[in-house]
Design a protein around this ligand. Sequence first.
Ligand code: ZN
Length: 387
Amino acid sequence: MIKGVKIRLYPNKHQQNQLLQMFGNDRFVWNQMLAMAKARYKNNPSSRFVNEYGMDYLVKQLKVEYSFLKESDSSSLQISNHNLAQAFKTLFKHQGGYPRFKSRHSAKQSYTGKSTCKIVAKRRIKLPKLGNIRTSKTNRLNGCKIKRYTLSLESTGKYYLSLTVEDNSIKPLEKTGAVVGIDLGVADLAITSDANKYPKFRTSYLDKQVKAWQSKFSKRKYRATKAVRQWNHNHKDYKMILDDYQNWQRAKRIKACYQAKIANKRKDYLHKITTELVKSYDVIVIEGLRTKDLLKNHHLAKAISNQSWREFRTMLEHKCKWYGKQLIVVKPNYTSQICSSCGYHSGKKPLEIREWTCPKCGTYHDRDVNAAVNILNKGLEKLKVRD
Ligand SMILES: [Zn+2]
C-alpha cells in the first residue's frame, strides 16, 4: 500500500540556509533546462528533444561550472529533470500548456528527492546533505518504507516533510455485513441511507480572520507600492524595493496561517467521518458528481468547495482499498426525484424543498435520506449485475 504522510520539520539556522540554497538549486536547474530546450527549439525547430537522461548529463556539466549545485541532494535535481521531461511530454500530447519558469517569489518552495533517508529517533530524521533534522513525531512511519520525500517551505513560514511511503502493515478491517448509501448534501455534508446526518464543517471564526487579514494585506500592499514609488521618484541615490516593507509580508503570512488552519481542521473532520464509515460498513455507495453542472449554479459553487466533496470521496476511495471494503459509484440521475419506497417519479424539485410526501404511496420523505436510499438501491443493483 502506498500512502502519503506529512510531518513538520524544524530545521536549525544552518539547515534553513542549506534548504534555501537547495530550493534555489532545483529552481536554477529547472530554469536552465527549460531555457536550453527553448533555445534549441528556436535555433532549429526540428532538433531532437533532450530527454531526462540527457538533462541529467547536462547537470553534471553544470555542476562543474556552478559549484553551488553540489550542495544539493543530487536525486532532487534528477527529479526536477524528470518533472520537466514529463511536462514536455504532456505538452507534446496536447494535454498541457508550455512549462513555465519558476520564480523565487512563488508561495511554496520545495524540492523532492528519492535517496535513502533514515528515521534515527522518535523526532529525528536523517536526510541527504542536511544530516540529522528535527521533526514532529515519526511514529506514523513505523514499518513503512520511504519511497520519496518532499521538503517544503510554505507561505505560512513553516517547513514540512511530505513522504510517499509503502506501508505493508495495513490490515483489512473486520466485516460488519452492513451496506450504506451516501448522499452528499448542501445543508449537511453527508447523509446516509440509515438517516445519519453529518453536519457541514463550520469555520466561521477562521473565515472571518482570513477575510480581515486579506483586506489588511491588500491595503498594506497598496500603501507600500505607493510609498516605494514616491520614494524612488524623489531619491535618485538610494532606491527602495517592495521587500523593504515587512508589514504587508507579515499580513500575507498570517492570512496563510489561518487558511492552513481551516484546511487542516477540515481534513481532520473528513478523516474522522470517512474512518467511521469504513469501519461501520462493508459496501459504501456514493454518487458520481456532476460538478460541472453544479458549478454553473453560483450559490452551490461555494458550498461545493467548502464541503470538499472531492476530498471526502478520495479519502473513501483510499480507505476502502486499504481496509478491504467496497466503494461503488453510481450515476447521479433522479436520485432526489424518485420515491424510494414505490419508485414513483415525482419530477424535479427545487432545492428549498427539504421534505415531501409521495403522491402515489403517501410515504413521507426527508429529501436527502430518500436520495441516499435511492443511491444505495442503485449500488446494490450494480453489485447484483456484477455478481
Ligand atoms: Zn412512493
